[in-house]
Design a protein around this ligand. Structure first.
Ligand SMILES: [Zn+2]
Length: 398
């Protein structure tokens, strides 16, 4: 079977029920496409106490540089109520001009198209003058501790080096060609506990209400804005995501109150500097709260969530121009270069090589009736193929 048809590739992948953490046959199906193309395929199982073992795949074609990596995941989110689907979620049914199934756009579709693009490139030009690799995890939609991060380290420890990476996540909001992602905001979360003194609500002078301490602290984090945005990024934004006192009594001043927050920050900040700013704001608010006149400063502590997600921005012009030029030549549209949205596995890859993201239209991802237009699969395959040619031409020149 030739792997040059993205529709056939995608059907084979969707028919493997690879809901995280199950491999479901999806990596084996991918291996069966890549091996005949000449890829050396390795399977790597990652483990961590307290989490399920995860199967991952690394495949490389060629031994020389320049080296282009395609990264993605074959795991999918649960189907939800299967009876609500128009077609069974793992049947890969074609209805009219649409292909239905879990993972159709997020992101077995992206993988199917990149495989097809590589197959066509080999048919037309022979193997690339350099190397192409697939770095595919089964742990993106889950806790992501046994996925891309470990797989990258495992490959790098064996001596693998990459010059650039394309992540095939769905990046287009409405139509193919809308948007390339060239960076991602960082994310930091924390939980603040404010300590007070428990007492009778009728005798507040004998107590110290932690809610009076919590309010100015939370306010100070939400206003004023952290910044006004940068040329490449929207403004950083902090949301208080939970406020918890857990006090069922109306006549009791509670002993403590807590709140949680999450900030999505741009390249004005690092994870450390944004944490310092958050602390500074709360320390200032703690001594000057009008809700607690003539009181000692608010006593509080912050517990930061493990492992912040660092902000990154790719400035590799050759990579961005190859991709955006490919999108333009196939679709006639100039894609926006965006840094919006949540985090992605690109946050791990950026420590190894420049990384950009481009894939299908994301509208139905994670939904009932996830589906992709057959025409989009063909178009994305052509975009990826043009990108591969342009990227190698560019990398071999420089
Ligand atoms: Zn995804």
């Amino acid at each position: 079977m030739s792997a040059s048809d993205p529709v056939a590739n995608l059907q084979a992948l969707i028919r493997c029920p690879s809901v995280t953490p199950a491999e479901g046959g999806a990596l084996s199906a991918l291996e069966a496409m890549l091996t005949p193309l000449g890829f050396v395929v390795e399977r790597m199982v990652a483990s961590e106490p307290g989490t399920p073992d995860i199967e991952n795949l690394y495949a490389r074609l060629g031994t020389e540089g320049p080296h282009l990596m395609f990264a993605g995941h074959t795991d999918v989110v649960p189907t939800g109520d299967e009876a609500s689907w128009s077609h069974p979620p793992f049947a890969a049914a074609i209805d009219g001009d649409m292909l239905y199934g879990r993972g159709a756009v997020d992101m077995k579709g992206g993988i199917a198209c990149f495989v097809a693009a590589v197959a066509r490139h080999i048919e037309k030009h022979g193997p690339p003058k350099g190397s192409i690799s697939f770095l595919i995890t089964g742990d993106e939609e889950g806790p992501a501790v046994n996925g891309t991060e470990k797989l990258l380290k495992w490959a790098a420890d064996k001596g693998e080096r990459w010059d650039a990476c394309l992540v095939g996540e769905p990046t287009n909001p409405d139509r193919l060609g809308d948007m390339i992602k060239i960076g991602r905001r960082g994310s930091v979360s924390g939980r603040v506990t404010v300590h007070g003194v428990q007492g009778h609500a009728a005798y507040p002078h004998l107590a110290d209400n932690p809610v009076r301490g919590l309010l100015p602290l939370a306010q100070a984090l939400m206003d004023p804005p952290f910044d006004g945005g940068t040329p490449e990024f929207p403004a950083s934004n902090l949301e208080v995501t939970s406020v918890d006192v857990g006090n069922p009594a109306t006549n009791v001043i509670p002993a403590k109150a807590t709140f949680a927050f999450n900030i999505r920050f741009n390249d004005t900040w690092t994870a450390d500097s944004v944490k310092a700013e958050i602390l500074r704001r709360m320390e200032t608010a703690a001594v000057s709260s009008p809700l607690r006149p003539d009181r000692e400063p608010v006593r509080f502590e912050v517990v930061w969530a493990e492992r912040p997600n660092h902000v990154f921005l790719t400035r590799n012009n050759g990579l961005i121009a190859s991709l955006s030029g490919a999108v333009e030549s196939v679709t006639g549209k100039t894609p926006a270069l965006s840094t919006t949205g949540g985090t992605s596995d690109a946050r791990f890859i950026k420590d190894y090589c420049p990384v950009v993201e481009f894939g299908l239209v994301g509208q139905t991802m994670h939904m009932i009736d996830e589906r992709v237009a057959l025409a989009d699969l063909e178009t994305l395959t052509q975009i990826y193929g043009t990108f591969i040619s342009r990227w190698f031409d560019n990398a071999l020149l420089s």
